[in-house]
Design a protein around this ligand. Structure first.
Ligand code: ADP
Ligand code: ZN
Length: 720
């Protein structure tokens, strides 16, 4: 091969052709350094027949500089990159960048430098140095990461390096991981579990694409069951990828994994240190990483011998990426398994309608675990009609729910109150003039967080201290809270049941694996009586003494008329209900609602999942919504409102006329201002037979915009 076509990573260019100098060995997938103008950029050698390129004769092409000393991207991963770019209307380069996201893994040697405290002190102590030294006790990372942890500038830390207060440590990124042993501790499976596990094991040994929907009630032991094919893959020397929705908070999962396999899995998520990223990437590519447990981005790792993929809690929203390349990890996982010729298991107690439909139509094999493990009973579910059983003034919990908590307290059992709203109150007003505290960057209210004494935007992260006076009318001490958040509910419990030990569990309080582990230990030790939490506590946790779950406001998710509102509410409530009574003591769930007659609530109360899914399926069929029809969104944004609106109109004005395809908008997007960008949206609804992506590509490709305008395509948008 004397010429190759390369996918250039850091350029908005198409693929480019290069000459291969004599003696250089390259093959498809090789990661190479290419000249581009005066610069050198990174590229991936690609199959020429799959990429459009130039016809420039070989002797006129510029030569490749070098082949980087890292494993190339395997063919199945290249096929996945092509599929993802194609399906989600993204550029190949933007998807390929995700595959090489570890960046440093590319050029990097096997060792990297980190720093840690040496025990020495600086000649001159300053408050910043003092703060840094206190914050970095026990930490070791590179300067950029340490600066983030300590909240001081990199300059301050470099000063400490120069004075020997921080000392360098060479980290070997090729040191091996502990060996996971498939036979370390084999649990005795129930006959039901055994059946399911055997089917998975057969699929792993067959080394063929086989998609499974593992549909098992909460507490049925889905994890134990899919650990068996994981063990089989290990015996066969194949790698395994397990995707979890909330990877930074998976202490409980990791403990179970270690108990089963005698070693921790390899972790992959966005807050890994760069040495850990590089180590994981290299071990995955080299084949020595046996089991990777990761967030959705782990799907694009260059596995050498992938033999099984598991997506746990496969219905979870967090598998949908909502910026950059907007993909759904659940669906990409199935495609990856397809290209790898491996089985994939989607596990859930409340599968997405799309997944059930795939099972119904025979594309996925559905396997069921219809009862809880060890004879534990499903909880009894009741509703509290808030229009009849009213909470007192300024209260949010009905008397019956409080009585339920009190009973549990008396018996030394635990309760969980679920409300999917962080902070103290969703909206804060000035008592004098009615001024609403709003985010300067987003069309969203600022949320008061009383524990941390901040007003925060949950969309862009903007934070301020609560002002002493109203910014509008100058009234002192003016803030009034409207509506409840978890912190307010915790206050109410503390007020009405002063002896209860209450813990607020949200991404604010459980923001690291360490904090999550502490929380679990406290619950297990019986040091917490009432957990008040957001969706973070709806899944995964297994607390045998937790016998009461209260859903504070089941109507919350049903407002707004979102296509998936019913499904999401069903999933959330069923999941959180699944936390109750998992041990030997029976569980009870109380759902507070103003609409006990709503189909979702009635189905939950009756424990009749099929009734809900049947009604939901019929509704979707009539609306031409997924899985019966397809939706896509085009989101046009700019920092300038007029510019964004004009760009959206340009797109709207050139809309194609296609049969069975309806194009709506443009209209202001639901968050019409987000992170300082004004957003407009067009929605496309089409029959399944319509080649939606082709239409969108040729349509958008013909419209040109000023540089400040961004156009994003969202195929199968999660909510709108
Ligand atoms: P799910 O994920 O389906 O909600 P889990 O996998 O969390 O259920 O299992 C529920 C509980 O039952 C866990 O504590 C788990 O360890 C236990 N369990 C499930 N299957 C077995 C088994 N075969 N042997 C021992 N314990 C089991
Ligand atoms: Zn904001």
């Amino acid at each position: 091969m004397n010429r190759v076509r390369c996918l250039i990573l850091n350029a908005a260019l198409g693929p480019l052709d290069y000459r291969v100098p004599d003696g250089m060995e390259v093959e498809p997938g090789s990661v190479v350094a290419c000249p581009l103008g005066p610069r050198t950029v990174i590229g991936i050698v690609w199959e020429a027949k799959r990429l459009p390129g130039t016809d420039v004769p070989a002797e006129k092409l510029r030569p490749l500089r070098e082949v980087l000393p890292v494993p190339g991207l395997p063919a199945p991963l290249r096929r996945l990159i092509e599929w993802t770019a194609d399906y989600y209307c993204a550029s190949l380069a933007s998807v390929a960048r995700m595959a090489l996201s570890s960046g440093g893994a590319l050029k990097g040697p096997a060792t990297m430098t980190e720093y840690r405290l040496s025990g020495g002190l600086p000649e001159r102590m300053t408050p910043q140095r003092q703060a840094a030294i206190e914050a970095l006790e026990g930490e070791q990372a590179n300067i950029r990461e340490l600066s983030g942890m300590a909240g001081v500038s990199e300059g301050v830390l470099r000063g400490l390096v120069n004075q020997g207060v921080l000392e360098p440590v060479e980290v070997d990124c090729d040191r091996p991981y502990d060996h996971a042993d498939p036979d370390f501790a084999q649990p005795a499976l129930s006959p039901q579990q055994r059946d399911v596990a055997d089917r998975f094991i057969d699929a792993v040994s067959a080394r063929k694409f086989a998609p499974f929907l593992l549909d098992g009630v909460t507490g049925s032991g889905k994890t134990e069951t899919y650990f068996e094919p994981v063990a089989e893959a290990l015996r066969l020397g194949r790698q395994v990828l397990v995707l979890l929705p909330e990877i930074a908070l998976t202490e409980a999962f990791l403990a179970r994994f270690e108990a089963r396999f005698g070693a921790a899995p390899v972790l992959w998520h966005s807050s890994l240190k760069s040495t850990e990223r590089r180590r994981a990437w290299r071990a995955v590519a080299g084949g020595s990483a046996q089991v990777v447990v990761g967030a959705r981005s782990a799907l694009f790792l260059p596995f050498a011998r992938l033999g099984l993929i598991v997506v746990d809690e496969a219905h979870e929203v967090s598998f949908k990426q909502d910026d950059g390349v907007r993909y759904n990890a659940r669906d990409v996982a199935v495609m990856r398994a397809h290209f790898e010729a491996a089985p994939v298991i989607l596990a859930s107690a409340t599968p997405a309608l799309e997944s059930l439909q795939m099972a119904e139509s025979g594309v996925y094999t559905r396997v069921e675990l219809p009862s809880r493990f060890g004879g534990a009973q499903m909880p009894v579910i009741g509703t509290i009609d808030l229009t009849e059983e009213k909470p007192g003034a300024g209260q949010w919990l009905a008397p019956r729910l409080v009585a339920g908590i009190e009973e549990r307290l008396a018996r030394g059992e635990q309760s969980l109150l679920f409300l999917n709203r962080r902070g103290y109150a969703p909206l804060t007003l000035c008592r004098n003039c009615g001024y609403r505290f709003q985010c300067p960057n987003c069309s969203a209210w600022l949320v008061e967080h009383r524990f941390s004494k901040r007003l925060a935007c949950h969309h862009c992260g903007h934070e301020t201290a609560p002002p002493a006076t109203c910014p509008d009318c100058g009234e002192p001490d003016c803030m009034v809270a409207c509506g409840p958040g978890v912190e307010r509910i915790a206050d109410e419990v503390a007020e009405r049941l002063p002896e209860a030990r209450v813990f607020v569990a949200t991404s604010d309080t459980l923001n690291s694996p360490g904090r999550a582990a502490e929380f679990i230990a406290m619950v297990e030790a019986g040091a917490i009586d009432v957990i008040v939490g957001t969706q973070l506590v709806t899944k995964g946790f297994h607390f045998p003494e937790l016998t009461l779950v209260g859903v504070v406001d089941a109507d919350l998710g049903l407002e707004g008329g979102d296509l998936r509102a019913g499904e999401r509410t069903y999933q959330q409530v069923a999941q959180v209900a699944g936390r109750a009574g998992r041990g030997s003591k029976p569980g009870e769930v109380l759902i507070q609602t103003r609409h006990p007659e709503a189909a979702v609530i009635a189905a939950l109360a009756a424990g009749d999942r099929d009734a809900f899914y049947d009604a939901e399926t019929e509704g979707r069929r009539l609306a031409g919504a997924p899985p019966f029809g397809r939706w896509a969104a085009i989101i046009v944004s700019s920092e300038d409102d007029t510019e964004a609106r004009m760009a959206a109109n340009r797109i709207g004005d050139t809309r194609p006329q296609v049969e069975d395809c309806m194009i709506l908008g443009p209209a202001p997007a639901p968050l019409s201002l987000l992170r300082g960008r004004y957003r407009y949206r067009l929605l496309i609804n089409a029959r399944r037979s319509v080649q939606l992506q082709d239409i969108i590509r040729s349509w958008l490709g013909a419209v040109h915009h000023p540089p400040g305008v961004r156009v994003a395509v969202d195929i199968d948008p999660y909510s709108f």
